[in-house]
Design a protein around this ligand. Structure first.
Ligand code: ADP
Ligand code: MG
Length: 318
């Protein structure tokens, strides 16, 4: 039975997510009407996932719905913003009811967990592509920015590094994937609560989407500084540790899709901030420091030092 665009919208998008009091008009009109808190600024970000580029055409649609929102919430986390609203632009090759229901189930479950309302979007026919935009709120002075790094600040990361990249390489080699590892690739959990906790505590911050070195490189470039990273301190899961022993440090240093936070803290505050974050249940680990000299120095576990040029994924260089 053919389904009209109107039916699609009503069936899959309207009322799929929590209703917020600050949404005066949601899905169904020409525009959404939104009422941001008067004393905060809007944090706005957008990410696109393209079939064949970011995911396989036959990828699990529920995981895709989760991930399309998660990568955007991770950007809000990186500036310390509180998520509020999302819009969704979907380009679909055809109307596949099972695919759409599963996609929206994954999207809505994560949106509900973060009290995010889907407030509009666009639906067109064409090669499968998913664009999500999210809006969050942040006090202007409290936003965590890439350009706030200063020499002497200590560097921290959340969670563990390299799991998603390891999962992807095992998947591509057709190897067995433990469920926990697959989840790190398919269902990243954006560090929204940590981002909120970093307001007033951290200096610079970024979410690690393109690998530690590339994203640390962004902080260094924006802040006109360099960094020293101690490899022995990198937080690694047992699976990634074992992989590093065989294949070296490429995965945790340059693998993408971690969606952890990397942040710097003033040296005088660092011990206290780290203790408070851990006491509040956040997984954070100190990995190095920011220095005046540009570039990234890696201190290997045997004490040897190497200099790194930031590398990461770049759509137009690869
Ligand atoms: P218009 O033609 O005026 O741009 P549309 O027909 O594209 O409006 O959309 C009608 C309503 O449905 C709008 O409120 C729009 O935001 C919403 N909408 C369309 N596609 C989506 C989607 N993929 N997700 C959420 N809302 C959507
Ligand atoms: Mg219109």
């Amino acid at each position: 039975m053919p389904v009209s665009e109107f039916d699609l919208i009503r069936r899959y998008f309207s009322r799929s997510t929590p209703e917020r009091a600050d949404v005066l008009l949601g899905i169904g009109d020409d525009c959404a009407l939104l009422s941001p808190p008067p004393d905060q600024c809007l944090a706005v970000t957008m990410d696109t996932l393209v079939a064949g580029r970011h995911f396989a055409r036959d990828a699990d649609p529920e995981a895709l719905g989760h991930k399309a929102l998660a990568v955007n919430l991770s950007d809000l986390a990186a500036v310390g913003a509180q998520p509020a609203w999302a819009s969704l632009a979907l380009t679909l090759p055809e109307v596949d009811a099972d695919w759409l229901s599963a996609f929206m189930a994954g999207f809505a479950a994560l949106a509900t967990a973060h009290a995010v309302q889907l407030i509009g979007g666009d639906t067109t026919r064409g090669p499968l592509s998913i664009t999500v935009q999210v809006h969050g709120f942040i006090e202007a002075q409290a936003a965590l920015r890439r350009d706030a790094g200063r020499a002497g600040q200590r560097l921290f990361v959340s969670g563990t590094l390299g799991d998603a990249a390891l999962a992807l390489s095992r998947q591509q080699r057709g190897e067995h994937l433990a469920d926990a590892l697959r989840q790190r690739l398919d269902r990243p959990m954006p560090r929204v609560a940590l981002g909120r906790a970093l307001r007033g505590r951290a200096a610079a911050a970024i979410d690690i989407s393109d690998g530690l070195l590339a994203d640390l490189g962004h902080i260094c470039a924006s802040s006109s500084i360099g960094a020293v990273v101690e490899l022995a301190r990198l937080p690694l899961s047992p699976a990634v540790s074992a992989d590093v022993a065989q294949r070296g440090w490429e995965g945790p240093l340059s693998g993408g899709d971690d969606y952890e936070l990397l942040f710097s803290v003033a040296p005088s505050d660092a011990d206290g901030v780290c203790a408070e974050l851990i006491a509040a249940g956040h997984e954070v680990q100190e990995i190095g420091r920011l220095v005046d000299e540009p570039g990234i120095t890696l201190v290997h576990p045997d004490g040897r030092q190497t200099r790194e040029q930031p590398r990461g994924f770049d759509h137009f260089l690869t």
